[in-house]
Write a protein that binds this ligand. Structure first.
Ligand code: MIG
Length: 694
């Protein structure tokens, strides 16, 4: 059951597809509104899930989060905002409920930071639509549920899928039903991706492919970062570095490898450059207060920002991707779309004037720090975000009022164009910045993390929150983007990453090389990546079922064992799909870890891609040894994990027919396997399910 309330005069975000009729705000349920903030009293045991891409826990209690899409490469514990604005919360208290604060404005979520027992949500300008989502009544009424207490807080069997659906997940499904089906990537996008800032020439790209194939490391994608472009101009190719780009694309595709180029938000100001000239001609760029094209600095130097919020500009920019589709490209990643601003022309001018003033001064402590702050203030300055305008639904809107929509609308621009340009086949698309609603057009990667052990764990914790908000195709830079990775960190990170939809190793300019073969002996990397391909029939099946039923792919334990106080507080394990639980190692030099099992499960140990042990473990805590070259997962009671045969080096080679069934179930147990051709846009869940039985 969803209730909608409107506060003030919010701008439309187009996150919600079907809006229920608005109710009077005086009748607000669960929360109170004091004219400044929404608030809620929380009991000690209440858990607050949600907020998508953010730092800290699966349980968000004890911190302040701000929805304000930020080009923030410091994903430190005290960060308040990363690249996404995902205003969905799920409160698991006496009566669980969900809430979505729909507004393009900045939203502050004080989740028990100021007062541990209070949730306070405030919105800039007090203009927003609020959706309060209760457990749908039909959940209990229509289905027979033994353990459900009638209020919808127990377990409910979804007969068709043989899956437990708790009240929490039902609320998520209600919410997701309202915001529309999640983006579906092509099947090959579940393969391994290798990226680096950058592989700047065709020769470098060929070398990556050669190394992977020579070492028999499976691979499906190589990513192209900004250097493939001609002086960082969108929709161009540097023909000196890539003279035979089309041939390269075709040649790699023969080997089962796709090239995935990056697209940046800023368009270079340069006479003769078609994207610039057309944008000027049609007035498609964001304007300053005087109506002139706003100038920002990004990669290519001076740029204009396409007005992604303007319908005409959005369609125009989206259709530009055709330039690369025509060269054989089938996937893209959209970057710098918070949008990130190195500087604005105006600010840079002021900056240089000020710097000259300091030159003649004897800088004391105060002035030195002022001077230092000045340098930092040039990039992504809030005043710059208040200095340009969009044409949104025929209205002139200042950027800061719709800031959180820019990345969403950039990705929508591509997504909508792809429906036109590639009506049959799915394409790969994901973005750095996002708002809820963007999940219909593409996935997300979580930006510039670090080669830190704590960021491996953060990767795990973000997944369920992203899933709640509709972002199913998601992942982090495996091995870490900034800082130098080590061999053991990459192995441990892959032991998590092989279970997540977007599996991409990416690292920054100036860091140590991070391809598996850069760390010497590749045998253990080969094993772990091969395991990914053995898991594919299951992972793809679980992903597609989640996407087509508005469900979750990665769930916290508390979503299933809702009444188990220990399970509810587990922050370092996940359920992946219906059959398995994972508990990766995330500490350097650890020989294993403690795993909590809410019920009896079967431990399955893989050495390389081969099963080395199957042992039933009782419910409770266990210390499990996990050497670096092994992966351990746990199969739930009554469940089946189908595995492909080993040996595939790209998704197209995986044999979906010869499945080995690992299980912790008796005869008669069944698994619902979803499969399709991996590329058609038109898919129906029911046509594609086949039962796998013991
Ligand atoms: O400010 O294109 O998050 O993945 O490698 C850096 C260069 C710009 C940020 C992205 C990162 C990418 C990098 N980009």
């Amino acid at each position: 059951m969803i209730r909608r309330y409107v506060f003030g005069n919010p701008l439309e975000t187009e996150a919600v597809l079907e809006k229920p009729k608005a109710e009077r705000t005086e009748t607000l349920s669960h929360l109170s509104w004091d004219g400044e903030a929404l608030s809620l009293h929380m009991d000690g045991e209440d858990i607050v899930y949600g907020l998508g891409e953010n730092v800290r826990g699966i349980n968000k209690r004890g911190w302040i989060y701000v929805s304000d899409c930020a080009d923030n490469a410091h994903h430190h514990e005290d960060a308040h905002a990363l690249y996404g604005a995902h205003n969905f919360l799920l409160v698991d208290g006496k009566e669980p409920f969900g809430l979505f604060v729909d507004t393009p404005a900045k939203v502050t979520f004080d989740v028990g930071y100021t007062k541990y027992d209070e949730l306070r949500i405030s919105v800039e300008d007090n203009a927003f639509e609020l959706y309060v989502i209760d457990v749908p009544e039909r959940g209990c009424a229509e289905r027979e549920c033994m353990e459900c207490d009638g209020a919808g807080t127990g377990y409910i069997e979804r007969e068709s899928a043989g899956q437990d659906i708790s009240a929490l997940e039902q609320i998520v499904r209600e919410f997701r039903g309202m915001i529309g089906r999640s983006y579906l990537p092509p099947k090959w996008a579940f393969g391994v991706g290798q990226s680096r800032w950058s592989y700047p020439t065709a020769q470098d790209v060929r070398e990556v492919a050669r190394q992977y194939r020579e070492h028999h490391l499976p691979l499906d994608m190589i990513y192209l970062d900004i250097d493939y472009m001609e002086r960082y101009k969108d929709f161009t190719v540097d023909r000196e570095a890539f003279p035979d780009f089309e041939d390269l694309v075709a040649e790699l595709k023969e080997q089962g490898v796709r090239l995935i180029p990056i697209i940046d938000a800023g368009v270079k100001v340069e006479d003769g450059y078609d994207v610039y000239e057309e944008g000027i001609e049609h007035g498609y760029f964001c304007k300053d207060a005087d109506g002139k094209e706003f100038v920002v600095g990004v990669w290519p130097g001076r740029c204009h920002l396409p007005d992604m919020l303007d319908d005409g500009a959005r369609r125009w920019f989206g259709l530009k991707y055709k330039t690369l589709l025509d060269l054989g490209i089938e996937g893209f990643w959209n970057d710098m779309n918070e949008p990130a601003l190195f500087y604005s022309e105006k600010r840079l001018g002021q900056f240089f004037d000020k710097v000259m003033e300091y030159r003649s001064k004897n800088l004391d402590v105060k002035e030195f720090f002022e001077f230092q702050d000045l340098t930092y203030s040039v990039q992504n300055n809030p005043e710059d975000y208040r200095s340009f305008y969009h044409n949104y639904h025929g209205q002139r809107v200042r950027h800061d009022k719709v800031h959180n929509l820019y990345g969403y609308y950039m990705t929508r621009s591509a997504g909508e164009a792809f429906e036109e340009l590639s009506p049959e086949k799915r394409l790969l698309l994901f973005s750095r910045a996002s708002y809820i609603g963007m999940h219909r057009y593409g996935g997300v990667w979580t930006g510039d993390n670090k080669a830190w052990w704590s960021h491996l764990l953060m990767n795990l914790k973000m997944m369920p929150s992203l899933n709640m908000c509709g972002f199913l195709y998601a992942g982090a830079d495996i091995g870490g983007f900034c800082a130098d990775c080590t061999r053991d960190l990459l192995l441990r990170w892959l032991a998590l990453g092989i279970f997540l939809p977007l599996l991409r190793n990416h690292s920054a300019l100036g860091t140590r090389r991070q391809e598996p073969y850069a760390f010497g002996d590749t045998e253990d990397f080969r094993g772990i990546l091969a395991l990914r391909y053995r898991l594919l029939p299951y992972l793809y099946s679980e992903f597609m079922k989640a996407a087509l039923t508005d469900g979750m792919y990665a769930r916290p334990l508390g979503f299933v064992w809702t009444a188990d106080p220990i399970a509810r507080r587990v922050e370092d394990e996940l359920l992946i799909g219906e059959s398995i639980l994972i508990a990766p190692v995330y500490e350097q030099n650890a020989a294993g870890r403690i795993v909590y099992l809410p019920e009896e499960m079967k431990l399955v140990r893989f050495r390389g891609a081969q099963i080395a042990e199957e042992t039933v473990l009782s419910a409770g805590h266990h210390y499990v040894e996990i050497p670096l070259d092994e992966v351990v997962l746990f199969v739930r009671k009554g469940h089946i994990l189908p595995l492909a045969q080993g040996g595939s080096e790209c998704v197209a080679d995986v044999d979906w027919d010869e499945l080995e069934l690992v299980h912790f179930a008796g005869r008669g147990a069944r698994y619902e396997l979803y499969d399709d051709d991996g590329e058609s846009r038109a898919v129906e869940l029911e046509d594609r399910i086949q039962w796998v039985c013991l």
